[in-house]
Ligand binder design. Sequence first.
Ligand code: HEC
Length: 159
Amino acid sequence: MSSNMSDNDFVKNFSLMIGALIALAVVIFILAQIIGTKPAVTASVDQDKAVVARIEPVGQLVLAKAVSAVANSVVPSAQAADGQGTYQQACFACHGTGAAGAPKLGDKAAWGPRIAQGTATLHNHALHGIRAMPAKGGRADLSDDAVKAAVDYMVSQGK
Ligand code: HEC
């Protein structure tokens, strides 16, 4: 009888201990989740937002300054005369690399059939766009003459 009692006590205490350990493990697990991941993620998102908010005005200011500097420094007539310069500024990104399927500068096979359409058509397509070619190469600030000069330069390199 007494040995039965002590067995029962042992089982009871043992179960309590196991239960306590499991509870402790669960608490530690939950704490680890809270401390380990959650605050870190929110902190980094908040930090990113804070950094963006801090540098945004500077970026806008720098961009605005750069745009006005370029606008002030480019004289339309000089722009028109310098087809090569305009090409390098506004057209090279695609026509220097062949990006988006653009005919590359100096690629006679690519330019031959296009040149055969006639200069007026090429000017027209460069000014108003055709398929993946954006109007004025996406540079609405360029004068028509500047775009035409850039076309003439590309044509001269493609013959
Ligand atoms: C965003 C890329 C991109 C930029 C920038 C760009 N082009 Fe193009 N261009 C193209 C692509 C793509 C084509 C081929 C379109 C097609 O025929 O499908 C093309 C074709 C042309 C053609 C041939 C049109 C024809 O009728 O075959 C001319 C001329 C031309 N571009 C001039 C220019 C000039 C001038 C500039 C700069 C002011 C310029 N492009 C800037 C992508 C560009």
